[in-house]
Design a protein around this ligand. Structure first.
Ligand code: SF4
Length: 313
């Protein structure tokens, strides 16, 4: 049999990654089309070793894309002959930690060694960006679901959501139990820095002196403190390795239109402060939505100038 790690279409995510989504859903990654189960009804260990999870892993071990999952990646491969970028990202993570990745090559994972935790804990967010939706923004959920339905008509499946919050306690327990193998935690949002679950997680990691897990996150740049504490100085800078991406689509009125209700001065102030208070540089970047494509060159020039000026101030 060909060693599975040499199969072009093999994916490590169901073996050593874990994704937590809305309302307790557990999947191998954000692109997976089916869940392994829900941690509101069973322990995370059990969910990650559910029949659905075992079937997904068994199919990969036999050299196939799973029949019960992963249609996004298998369709992409069938149509293009290339590996989907989420699958590529998952495999790159696994290559970087191959000593753990090789240890978990069974469909039945009684001994779990997660290396990457992808977290979504709430849709709490003070913005309603043009390309976003109620599932990922409480501002969309509270105010604009009628617009969301109209916007998505005939374009994509609309998944209208109310405000939601996941229980972080079982996730924190799982992370503590596997802190020796976890290399990286992605704190996703909403606006992650408005979400109390993440501060609970950071407090526990700091109290347990677990500083070497790579924390990655992103922000809309509108918040710099939480309950009187400085997000960078009091939380993130405790970790030896963290990255924050400052989302940005455009400057001026166009910027506020795309990422509503962006206040450019506040974004700039928080961006500069973050750059000046830690050694890993956050990156200003645009997410392509149709409204900024027509002006991509100016937006790129603005971001390049701000990045350069801030780093050389
Ligand atoms: S094949 Fe794609 S959808 Fe399936 S686990 Fe890997 S990255 Fe996720």
């Amino acid at each position: 049999m060909t060693p599975y790690w040499k199969d072009k279409t093999f994916c490590y995510a169901p073996f050593n990654q874990i994704y937590f989504g809305r309302d307790g859903v557990v999947k191998p990654c954000c692109a997976a089309t089916n869940s392994f189960g829900n941690y509101n009804y069973s322990s995370i260990e059990n969910v990650y070793n559910s029949n659905s999870a075992k079937r997904t892993r068994q199919d990969f071990l036999e050299g196939n894309y799973p029949k019960n999952n992963c249609q996004s990646c298998s369709s992409f491969y069938n149509q293009t002959g290339s590996i989907h970028n989420v699958q590529m990202f998952s495999n790159e993570n696994a290559y970087k930690a191959m000593h753990y990745s090789k240890q978990v090559m069974n469909a039945d994972l009684t001994d779990q060694k997660p290396i990457f935790v992808d977290l979504l804990v709430s849709n709490n967010c003070n913005f309603a960006c043009l390309g976003c939706e109620s599932e990922l923004s409480s501002t969309w959920a509270k105010n604009y679901t009628d617009i969301e339905i109209q916007r998505d008509l005939d374009i994509r499946h609309t998944n209208i959501s109310g405000e939601w919050n996941n229980d972080i306690d079982p996730i924190i327990e799982y992370i503590l139990e596997h802190a020796d193998t976890i290399q990286s935690i992605h704190c996703n949002g909403g606006e992650p820095f408005m979400q109390e679950q993440y501060y609970k997680l950071f407090d526990v990691l700091i109290d347990n002196k677990i500083f070497d897990i790579h924390i990655t996150s992103h922000t809309n740049g509108s918040v710099s403190t939480y309950k009187g504490k400085d997000i960078v100085n009091d939380y993130l800078s405790k970790f030896t390795n963290f990255d924050i991406t400052f989302s940005h689509d455009h400057f001026g009125k166009r910027g506020t239109y795309i990422r509503y209700p962006l206040v450019e001065e506040k974004w700039l102030k928080n961006y500069k402060k973050t750059v000046n208070t830690q050694w890993q540089m956050p990156m200003a970047m645009g997410s392509s939505v149709m409204t900024n494509l027509i002006d991509t060159k100016d937006g790129f020039a603005w971001r390049t100038k701000i990045s350069w000026l801030t780093r050389n101030a």
